[in-house]
Design a binder for this molecule. Structure first.
Ligand code: SF4
Ligand code: SF4
Length: 371
């Protein structure tokens, strides 16, 4: 039995807000075609048909929709997707996920998301002040209040969601404020996404996370998180879950955590397919989902080339205690969380050094809470 996941961008790079640090606005600006517009119904139908080609009875498929802002494709697009899936004759379990800025979500969306058990990632940047600094509408106004209203709607409808928080360098100074916000808002699942410099950046932006800030943020967060766990409450922080999965369960639940790229199958609105969300660029186009199944796309030269593009991470990694379990990490996150340019500090190494001595205690506490 296999489980295949794909990322679909039904509205390409289109977005209804203008986050100042948007990495996809940067990536798409480096392509010949910045936005492929909205995915046509014929493309969506062929996409589902071809995704099923290599699946057999008992397999699982996760369709994760993201953008740009994927709700701009409209609710009818998603209803069609579900209908196309239901037309397939193989006995495959399909899971749906959606990453959204939450601005277009209303009761009709909620009814649909609940009915089809979508797991939703809702973007809120950890604290109202910091959210409104960067996540602004086209007129420059903050979007926090509207997104909070969407979160409340999700709570009302019992929709499963996690909060996606872009960890900028300024926000990373505020671990205490962020943790308090999670507690006040009863946010049980959170994922911090390191804010990256532009792909071809000549100098660092003020938003981009540094390894030092990454380490100090998680250092403080870990203390709050562990204290809460010791008091009997478990809150899911994606990085801590990934570390437990890897170092206790031997399972890889984050791309790049072992230092190897994986083919993620990112499907753009025109059906073109790419290996990773960070590299949705013309030179990495593996083909078109309307024309090929995933196995055929995987076998393209470009996939092999992408998987083999592994930079050498230098002396600091070679002498690191965690080298075998990390291998330099994700190549795109390098400057944000791993080794500094001066080769004298690694943010991830510092996090592991603090976290790993507690893994037995964490396992026991989590086990106790689960009973
Ligand atoms: S660049 Fe990072 S996220 Fe992309 S495939 Fe490689 S390890 Fe994964
Ligand atoms: S120095 Fe950092 S990036 Fe390099 S192997 Fe160790 S933990 Fe990984």
């Amino acid at each position: 039995m296999k489980h295949i996941s794909v990322l679909v961008k039904p509205a390409s790079a289109l977005c209804n807000i203008r986050c100042k640090y948007c990495f996809y606005a940067d990536v798409s600006s480096l392509r010949e075609v910045r936005s492929f517009g909205k995915m046509k119904s014929e493309t969506a139908e062929k996409m589902i048909e071809h995704l099923f080609v290599d699946l057999v009875d008992g397999d699982e498929l996760t369709l994760a929709f993201q953008g740009g802002e994927p709700t701009l494709a409209g609710l009818t697009y998603y209803k069609n997707i579900v209908a196309f899936v239901e037309q397939q004759t193989k006995n495959v379990t399909v899971h749906y996920a959606l990453q959204t800025n939450g601005l277009l979500i209303n009761e009709r969306w909620c009814q649909f998301l609940k009915e089809h058990q979508f797991l939703v990632g809702l973007s809120i940047d950890g604290h109202p002040l910091y959210h409104d600094l960067n996540r602004v509408d086209p007129k420059g106004r903050g979007t926090f209040q509207k997104v909070l209203a969407t979160k409340e709607l999700f709570d009302t409808y019992g929709i499963e969601y996690n909060i996606l928080c872009v960890l900028t360098n300024p926000l990373a100074k505020e671990a205490k404020k962020v943790y308090r916000f999670l507690q006040e808002q009863s946010i049980q699942y959170v994922q911090f996404i390191p804010c990256l410099d532009e792909l071809e950046a000549k100098k660092r932006s003020s938003y981009a996370l540094t390894p030092q800030r990454f380490a100090s943020f998680y250092g403080q967060l870990f203390k709050f998180w562990l204290a809460e766990l010791q008091s009997g409450h478990y809150r899911s922080v994606k990085l801590f879950d990934d570390l437990m999965n890897l170092f206790v369960g031997g399972r890889v639940t984050a791309c790049g955590i072992l230092g190897n790229c994986q083919i993620q199958y990112v499907i753009e609105a025109d059906g073109s397919v790419y290996p990773c969300d960070f590299y949705v660029l013309d030179e990495y186009r593996m083909g078109y989902i309307q024309e090929s199944g995933l196995k055929e796309l995987f076998e393209q030269e470009i996939s092999k080339k992408f998987l083999c593009e592994k930079p050498d991470y230098g002396a600091f990694c070679h002498s690191c205690l965690f080298q075998k379990a990390c291998n330099g990490g994700c190549k795109r996150m390098k400057d944000a969380i791993y080794v500094t340019k001066g080769q004298d500090f690694c943010g991830y190494q510092q996090v592991l050094t603090q976290f790993l001595p507690h893994k037995e205690e964490i396992m026991e506490l989590v086990g106790r809470i689960a009973k």
